[in-house]
Design a protein around this ligand. Sequence first.
Ligand code: PLP
Length: 378
Amino acid sequence: MHYLDNAATTPVREDAAKAAYEAMISGWGNPSARYALGAEMTAKVKFWRQDVAKALGCGEDELIFTSCGTESDNWAIKAAVEINKRKGKHIITTAIEHSAVLEPCRALEKQGYEVTYLQPDREGNITVEQVEQALREDTVLVSMMLVNNEVGSVLPVAEVSKLLKRKKSSALLHCDAVQAFLKVEFTPAKLGVDFLAISAHKIHAPKGIGAMYVRKGVKLPPMILGGGQESGLRSGTEATAQMAAFAVAAREGKAHLKENLARIAELNAYARQELSEKVPGLQLLTEGGAPHILPVSLVGYKSEVVVRFLSDMGIYVSSGSACHKGKPSHVYAALKLSKPVQDGVLRVSFSWDTTREDVDALVSGLQAAQKQLFTSLS
Ligand code: PLP
């Protein structure tokens, strides 16, 4: 198998899976229990939180475990408008956010909020000047992702934070960093954000767990009321097995960050060269961006057909975000590509365990697709 869809999800690393197994088989106590087994689990939850917080570069008291990136995004957006409810009803976000941000924004529109969706350029870039132009007295939230999940563009979140401070805006700043965590170097403090979302399954840990950074001093309204877990903000017995795995993946990802980033950058350069030299007619859609995401177009072919063709050869890429389920991507639509280019878009995405052989297989697969799908269409 040649798996080149790491922006959709990543294979779980063995040491993370083992940690989850351990947590299920021997460390299965309820952290809220008042006997030794409970205390042991409470200590473990603290260590796991420290590991993820350290990898993210924040304090352990600034990190809340959630069920996924989507939950973190939803919570941050709802919290920001609740905190600022007396300050206005205007939100700024981008047209290329994940649906985990766009859908809560649309729900707020139905409640009377006005949302400005900033439009990207052809490579998915948004500028701080666009935010400055959209910013108003009554802006209560700016929500901007750090790395786009379909084009890999890196958005100017740190500059937006500086802008908000310079303008003395009371808008809170949320960043969806699901595609950025351990893929580009940042810390929430350096970005200057109030909220930030991450997800475990993008860093070789299991699905079903994510986290939210909340800057110290921000009074976060609770998400789930109950037994008081997660500092009373998100009740519910802790998902200890997922936390254990998330902690290992975060710790190891952080420990090897520099070499992993260098490896992925090298792979990206190799893939760009091989694809453009050996697959005639293939268009690279971006020049830069985060190196783990490489959007291309096999111009003139339908990407869904190509994805199925490659899949039959054991090569996995995506025709856009996995969350679209067959619907055309709002991100590629926002780039205003010509129809044949947009129809042929494929997202290739790497992780630190992707190899040159995976890229070579993709090149051969696309060459075969061009021959065989052309024949079948003609
Ligand atoms: N935000 C971005 C940019 C994503 O790419 C994804 C998942 O693809 C999410 C949010 C949602 O994360 P999760 O799958 O953990 O809910």
